[in-house]
Design a protein around this ligand. Sequence first.
Ligand SMILES: NC(=O)c1ccc[n+]([C@@H]2O[C@H](COP(=O)([O-])OP(=O)(O)OC[C@H]3O[C@@H](n4cnc5c(N)ncnc54)[C@H](OP(=O)(O)O)[C@@H]3O)[C@@H](O)[C@H]2O)c1
Length: 322
Amino acid sequence: LIDDKAEWLQKEQGLAFSIVGIATRSHGMAINAQGLDHAACLATNDLSSLHLGEPLGDIFAFIAQVPAQVILEGTWVNPQTGQPATDYCRAALRAGKHLVTANKGPVAFAHGELTTLAAERGLKFFYESTVMDGAPIHSLRRTALLGAEVQGLRGILNSTTNSILSRMGEGLSFEAALAEMQAAGTAEADPSNDIEGWDAAIKLAILANTMMGADLRPAGVDRTGIRGLSAEDILAAKHAGEVYKLLCEAWRDSSGRVQAKVAPARLSADDPLAHLGGASSGLTIQTDVLGGLSILKTPSSPRSTAYGMFVDTLNILGRQQR
Ligand SMILES: NC(=O)c1ccc[n+]([C@@H]2O[C@H](COP(=O)([O-])OP(=O)(O)OC[C@H]3O[C@@H](n4cnc5c(N)ncnc54)[C@H](OP(=O)(O)O)[C@@H]3O)[C@@H](O)[C@H]2O)c1
């Protein structure tokens, strides 16, 4: 994406993005202050062959040494602890680097702490790709919704369960719909993270924390997955003109506390979220000034996630910031 947009970046933003380091778990690490050769990085299985300079120790040594203005964190998500990514994020900010992450863990477990750490150092901490794969949710909150009070959230945030429910609406059993997605590589071999609602819960915790000022962890979300739904349940809803979705909701209770719930729900045909089929996702944000505002997104790809990280980086270094 950086290569594809290089000409636009130069012309419109007066910028040239240069990748000065990459660290992985099992494919080595490399730093080149002059900029790594992108094609060579993609072609090798061992990045250390492209490293220039002092030998690198562990990931923390890499984070301290890499001469980058922005660190883009895209390691594996641990929905129970948010680690080790949260420690990488802390280290990046402590090393004086702006931080962009696509990883839900650090935002669900340490949003407040990382935001404070960044602000104390005059740095930015952005995470557009964590929910709805790069759709402009967090930047909307930061800019277009300045001063608006977010009173509630409703969303369809997990594409695997939405695809399974869509196929069940066409007559497939839960097992057959899941097997179909696993064969196509769009569901994990162990799908429990999606099916049991953990992925939706971690995304809802992120949204409740960043948009409504909550301090929720994924385990604090009242969570029911879709395993208990039968083909008969889905068809009964269909006959009543309704549709089952794994609905994510956050609201303030009478004491002002933010409550959050992920559970299958029957939506009526006039609900904007009812029309999201397959791997689409959507969010309705209820505010005190604009009423309900919905963002709907067609099926995503790794490129849309990459775009979220690209635009976060641009929002840190781009022309409007200078
Ligand atoms: N793919 C998407 O469309 C999408 C959408 C939204 C959010 N995300 C989030 O973005 C992140 C990356 O997703 P992905 O699909 O690119 O995952 P991926 O293909 O599994 O890549 C993960 C990368 O992180 C490295 N890594 C894993 N554990 C590490 C550790 N402990 N220390 C250092 N490096 C480590 C891996 O290194 P090795 O290759 O050496 O193992 C690999 O390069 C995840 O948090 C994911 O939830 C992805």
